[in-house]
Write a protein that binds this ligand. Structure first.
Ligand SMILES: O=C(O)c1ccccc1NCC(=O)[C@H](O)[C@H](O)COP(=O)(O)O
Length: 259
């Protein structure tokens, strides 16, 4: 069993429990449920393109940063000029929560991505109720039918959809009109190996109309300069900013060097 299989199996159980505790009607009554969302896809294609992540820990790195509040990081990222922020809401493997999403929403106005292992429409309702503007779908864990179902449902709630792949088969099943952004994950989620070559190779198969995002293992301005000519507009960066004492300041310095 790979780590991704394990995360997905745990997530299915977790979501069943969450559903029994908080009914859909309660999520729909959240004040944030009626909020006008901001398009992450538009922000990425018109701004710096950086989607900066709030990441305490991960299966590949036990501790990245446990000492910074999500509110401080969100306002730091916003001041730095990132296009949006990714908030990991998984508790068991990443130390995140839906409260992180809510607190980031309270601290900043820019687009927020709920970074989660989506296995059920219920999690998309949660994303909306806790202030997200976009959701992530991971093609490795979903069928084409599920990607279509979840992305169409997200669009009906005015949430943008980033669908992530790591190989040709995953990418091909993600290409559909209800997806706004196609992400190429440079990290193999089975082995944790990272290579920017994955982005450079797979982007050749992404049709023009999609916003193209390179994800994971981006640790320098040079990497962005290397990826941009291949057609990437978005760059999802976690550890590189979060390993510092001031992720907002690190993002600001990074973005200045992009000019
Ligand atoms: O980061 C991991 O170890 C990981 C393991 C298993 C599933 C997902 C994982 N990461 C989620 C992400 O997509 C990254 O946090 C994100 O792309 C940022 O990556 P990085 O810049 O390398 O921190």
């Amino acid at each position: 069993m790979t780590i991704l299989d394990k995360i997905t199996a745990d997530k299915i159980k977790e979501v069943a429990l969450r559903k029994s505790l908080i009914p859909v009607s309660q999520l729909e009554q959240s004040v944030l449920f009626e909020r006008a969302t901001i398009s992450l896809a538009k922000a990425v294609s018109s701004g710096s393109g950086i989607i900066a992540e709030y990441k305490r820990r991960s299966p590949s790195k036990s501790v990245i940063n446990n000492s910074l509040s999500v509110q401080d990081v969100a306002s730091g990222y916003e001041q730095a000029g990132v296009s949006g922020m990714s908030v990991l809401t998984d508790g068991k493997y990443f130390g995140g929560s839906l409260d992180d999403l809510l607190l980031a929403r309270a601290a900043a106005q820019f687009p927020l991505l709920r970074k989660e292992f989506i296995v059920d429409e219920y999690q998309i309702l949660e994303a909306k109720a806790y202030g997200a503007d976009a959701i992530l779908l991971i093609a490795a864990t979903l069928s084409r039918k599920q990607i279509e179902q979840f992305s169409t449902f997200a669009k009906s709630l005015n949430l943008d959809v980033l669908c992530e792949s790591h190989n040709e088969e995953e990418l091909q099943k993600s290409i559909m009109p209800s997806v706004d952004m196609l992400g190429i994950n440079n990290r193999n989620l089975k082995t944790f190996e990272v290579s920017l070559e994955t982005s450079k190779e797979l982007i050749k198969q992404i049709p023009d109309e999609f916003v193209k995002v390179s994800e994971s293992g981006i640790s320098s301005v040079e990497a962005i300069k290397e990826l941009k000519p291949h057609g990437f507009q978005g760059f999802l960066i976690g550890e590189n900013f979060m390993k510092t004492d001031n992720p907002g300041e690190s993002a600001a310095t990074f973005i200045k060097q992009l000019d």
